[in-house]
Design a protein around this ligand. Structure first.
Ligand code: ING
Length: 321
């Protein structure tokens, strides 16, 4: 018996700094309605989907920074999205900037949630791999201050959803093999990822022409090597003077792209995803119990500047001739 989930890419075009939460939420609702008309059970929205990608600016005023964050989810501005999800019987993934309270302290995260078809939050994830830098670097055409504005999350979890096992990641996470393997070892069958990826990568401009290729490469590799579906959704286009890639796509456990967006604006594309299609990879090529050899990987405890074996002894070149 196949477990099908009809998944929609809910790609967003630019969100300008002055766009209100209400304006953005009405765009998200329009995408959700279109996806519903196409038979979707789930729609995936981008990273930081409620605001412009503000880490491109060096902002000093704390209240100005906080204006991009959500103190509660749902809030009055985002409640219409949850109401529509319940009305249409459609789940969603949403990326947003979270202002959390922890032991009386405000903590800022780059966060995503999974909401089920009844409009209830059933999973929350905080971005582990924060790219960019923490201090103002005026040599750049634009900043990428995620290390300044966010506290990193510290684990990848999975949650039962839509009849299968679902996981989340955010943007830069998709470039790291460990992201998918950490969830692959938990049996993940679909990984949902939102992203904001500028075409121009200031530290390595020679990679700019490869931005779309490396976006897709990362997700195809993660899907195939862990026998999981991967769904990646962009906030795309020219946003406050910075051009970001599109390339939203759905990747099957085979590594094949089965759906993609073809514009850099608000766009829906859909695929019928059979979660049972994961099994043929998890049972054969990537049967971790049968074939994976963690004992041979020199499971190293990595500390800044030194590499130690699991038993704490320092190691040189592993398996030196
Ligand atoms: N954006 C980019 C990403 O990982 C980046 C940052 C671009 C890092 C290109 C390395 C190369 O897609 C976010 N928001 O992580």
């Amino acid at each position: 018996m196949s477990r099908f989930v009809n998944v929609a890419l809910g790609q967003l075009g630019p969100i300008q700094r002055t766009d209100s939460r209400q304006q953005v939420v009405s765009r998200l609702c329009a995408l959700m309605r279109e996806a519903h008309a196409l038979g979707a059970h789930l729609i995936v929205f981008p990273e930081l989907a409620l605001t412009t990608f503000f880490p491109r600016w060096y902002i000093e005023d704390e209240e100005d920074i906080n204006s991009f964050f959500e103190r509660e989810m749902p809030s009055a501005a985002t409640q219409p999205l949850f109401d529509l999800a319940r009305e249409l019987g459609m789940g969603f993934y949403l990326g947003y900037a979270e202002l959390a309270q922890e032991q009386g302290k405000a903590v800022r995260y780059n966060t995503s949630i999974i909401v089920n078809r009844q409009g209830e939050i059933i999973g929350k994830y905080r971005k582990v791999h924060l790219p960019g830098h923490a201090e103002h670097e005026p040599w750049r055409r634009f900043q990428h201050l995620e290390k300044r504005y966010f506290t990193p999350g510290n684990h990848f979890g999975v949650t039962p959803a839509f009849g299968g096992i679902f996981g989340m990641a955010i943007c830069n996470d998709r470039r790291w093999a460990e992201t998918y393997r950490a969830m692959g070892l938990q049996g993940v069958e679909m990984v949902l990822i939102g992203y904001n990826t500028p075409v121009h990568n200031a530290p390595a401009p020679q990679h700019d022409d490869l931005s779309l290729f490396q976006n897709q490469l990362s997700m195809q590799a993660g899907a195939y090597q862990n026998g999981t579906w991967v769904v990646g959704v962009a906030k795309a286009g020219l946003e406050e003077g910075v051009d970001s890639i599109g390339g939203s796509c759905i990747v099957a456990p085979s590594g094949e792209v089965v759906a993609r967006c073809i514009t850099k604006g608000d766009e829906v594309a859909i695929a019928r995803c059979d979660l049972d299609f994961c099994a043929i990879y998890k049972r054969t090529t990537f049967n971790f119990d049968l074939h994976r050899r963690p004992e041979a990987y020199g499971l190293l405890v990595e500390r800044k500047g030194e590499t130690l074996a699991a038993d704490g002894t320092a190691v040189g070149v592993l398996n030196a001739p």
